[in-house]
Design a protein around this ligand. Structure first.
Ligand SMILES: *Cc1c(COP(=O)(O)O)cnc(C)c1O
Length: 347
């Protein structure tokens, strides 16, 4: 049964947005060729080319773990390595899938405060070892926005990609919440990716309002060679592909991808502002996307849970609240009121 009291534990607690749902309903009206030979899939790929203002190659995977792991594997040989932040989803939340699908390419983590990589850290790690005993550094992956909700500026991305070019490394972007970063920066998707030197992007659909699906976008078509085989081998080639591609048509052509994300970001901002003066509660990171992390005493968390709220504490021990495309203002206000009550009770 639907437990319909809205929660902010994760942006993928949300349902499917009307634009994605409508396109799926349309795609469901009849029969269509299988395995991506259908008109919806061609139209979705074109929608990406329009959005990114370039002739990119696009593949549709079921989820972000597969998209990231296969994209990284396509940039690496088994003896290569990939630089990522210590908090990166590819390192902490993909069960070794990038290493598995690349047949052993090692992830090299950089200790970071914000989850953001820097040119200096990349250079230090990439030039530390040149001998045959260490996996050769080949790729850098950035998460935009980071797992703690910070957004790389265009200048930061450009500086990272300049370092990558200098060192002969490819640049991959985990954009599970790509739309939230675009909404925050107010820049074009092209500026945040290929014009800033990103080679491959994983663009998240699930957290943006789709039922499922992430797009792997190659800005350098040569890098996409044989990627379809990789997807098929990994069990990521949908036979009824139109149901993975049609919702992209729904959210990209309507602009829902951006307004869904902007709504989540605004709710996060408003929520962070509303709790800013509460005793015992402190924000852990700047709020730039749709995430708010709050440090608070354990007993306050318990009281909040006792009031029926769900939230994760898996990053840095604080309470994480995520605001999705469908976050209801009245429900955010209820969370604020309950937080105020537990803060007062604990003070
Ligand atoms: C959610 C998320 C993913 C994708 O996760 P799946 O559960 O595999 O779809 C990838 N990267 C980041 C940063 C995420 O937050």
């Amino acid at each position: 049964m639907n437990d319909d009291a809205q929660q902010f534990a994760s942006d993928n607690y949300s349902g499917i947005c009307p634009e994605a749902w409508g396109a799926m309903a349309e795609a469901n009206a009849g029969h269509a060729p299988a395995y991506g030979e259908d008109a919806w899939t061609a139209r979705a790929a074109d929608a990406f080319r329009t959005l990114f203002e370039t002739r990119c190659e696009v593949f549709f995977a079921f989820n972000g773990t597969a998209a990231n792991a296969l994209a990284l594997a396509s940039l690496c040989r088994s003896y290569h390595s990939v630089i990522c932040a210590d908090a990166a989803h590819v390192e902490t939340d993909e069960c070794g899938a990038p290493e598995f699908f690349s047949n052993g390419s090692k992830l090299l983590t950089v200790r970071t405060e914000s989850g953001k990589l820097t040119p200096d850290a990349i250079r230090a790690l990439a030039t530390n070892r040149k001998d045959i005993h260490f996996p050769k550094v080949r790729v850098v992956t950035v998460t935009q926005p980071t797992e703690t909700g910070q957004v790389y500026t265009l200048a930061e991305l450009q500086a990272i990609s300049a370092t990558c070019r200098d060192l002969g490394l490819s640049l991959h972007m985990d954009g599970a919440r790509f739309a939230n970063a675009c909404a925050h920066l107010g820049c074009s998707p092209a500026d945040m990716t290929w014009r800033a030197g990103v080679d491959v992007l994983c663009f998240g659909g699930t957290k943006n309002g789709m039922h499922a699906g992430e797009a792997v976008v190659f800005f350098e078509p040569a890098l996409a060679e044989d990627f379809g085989y990789r997807c098929k081998q990994a069990g990521q080639l949908a036979s009824k592909m139109r149901f993975l591609s049609a919702p992209w048509v729904g959210i990209l052509e309507s602009g829902a991808w951006l307004h869904n994300a902007a709504h989540g970001n605004t709710c996060a901002q408003d929520f962070a502002a509303a709790v800013a003066d509460m005793p015992g509660i402190a924000p852990m990171f700047p709020v730039e996307a749709n995430a708010v992390f709050l440090a608070m005493p354990a007993e306050m968390m318990e009281r909040l849970r006792a009031k029926g709220w769900r939230f994760y504490t898996f990053i840095g021990g604080g309470a994480r609240f995520m605001f999705a495309w469908d976050a209801k203002r009245e429900r955010v206000a209820e969370l604020v009121a309950d937080l105020r009550a537990v803060a007062a009770a604990s003070a």
